[in-house]
Design a protein around this ligand. Structure first.
Ligand code: ADP
Ligand code: 5GP
Length: 204
């Protein structure tokens, strides 16, 4: 997995992670977006296998037992997890693997994959603006929105665990920043990569 790179994106639900990835997707080269598995219900317009793999609690717990997850966490009362196999496959093929996972997931991925990880925290300029966007997305009812806002107040405290921050005020500017960070992730040096490169360089 020497040439692959890992870019973890976190940020409160409603921060604009999907919007930014969509805007930047044709400008960041060959990448694999890690599709998570979740036990939460699909939102209108979400597609199984593209946005998430939607699973029952029983199916998810079976996957945990079988060791199929690189990491998983409980967020807003539902399970969310990253399957290990497709990630390893994409890394082996030299792809940039992008994760949209929460702050707990970021810590676990760092533990598991070490210095190949680059991370960015995405957030709207303020809590108030986050609330406005969650309400205007019209995909969740008020109780769920309040749960997400409560969670966001905790998540923001982990912002200093990330390599970069993207303040999503103007989405086009945020997408440009994301493209620069994706490029940095691809060029990040790590010990395994350095060893492979030096060997090739000396013999090239
Ligand atoms: P996430 O994937 O982080 O949960 P979304 O990409 O779904 O967030 O964005 C949440 C809502 O905010 C969506 O309705 C989206 O259209 C809107 N949005 C995203 N970025 C901006 C922005 N810069 N300014 C205004 N609205 C935005
Ligand atoms: P949403 O329900 O808005 O799609 O996602 C809620 C939260 O779960 C977001 O913070 C998102 O980043 C996080 N999340 C999505 N998939 C995963 C995953 O596989 N693992 C972890 N740890 N968090 C995830």
């Amino acid at each position: 997995m020497s040439n692959g790179a890992v870019l973890v994106l976190s940020g409160p639900s409603g921060a604009g992670k999907s919007t930014i990835i969509d805007l930047a997707s044709d400008k960041i080269g060959d990448y694999y977006f890690s599709v998570s598995t979740t036990t939460r219900a699909p939102r209108d317009g979400e597609v199984h296998g593209r946005d998430y793999f939607f699973a029952t609690k029983e199916e998810f717990e079976r996957d945990i037992k079988e060791g199929n997850f690189l990491e998983y966490a409980e967020v807003h009362g539902n399970y969310y997890g990253t399957s290990l196999k497709p990630v390893l496959e994409a890394l082996k093929n030299g792809k940039l693997v992008i994760f949209d996972i929460d702050v707990q997931g970021h810590r676990l991925v760092r533990e598991a994959l070490g210095d190949i990880v680059v991370s960015a925290f995405i957030t709207p300029p303020s809590l108030k603006e986050l609330e406005r966007r969650l309400k205007s997305r019209r995909s969740d009812d008020l109780e769920i929105i309040n749960k997400r806002l409560k969670n966001a107040k905790e998540e923001i405290k982990a912002i200093d665990e990330y390599d970069f921050v993207i303040i999503n005020d103007d989405a086009n500017i945020a997408a440009k920043e994301f493209i620069a960070i994706a490029s940095a992730a691809r060029n990040r040096m790590d010990s395994k990569r350095a060893k492979d490169f030096i060997k090739k360089w000396l013999n090239g």
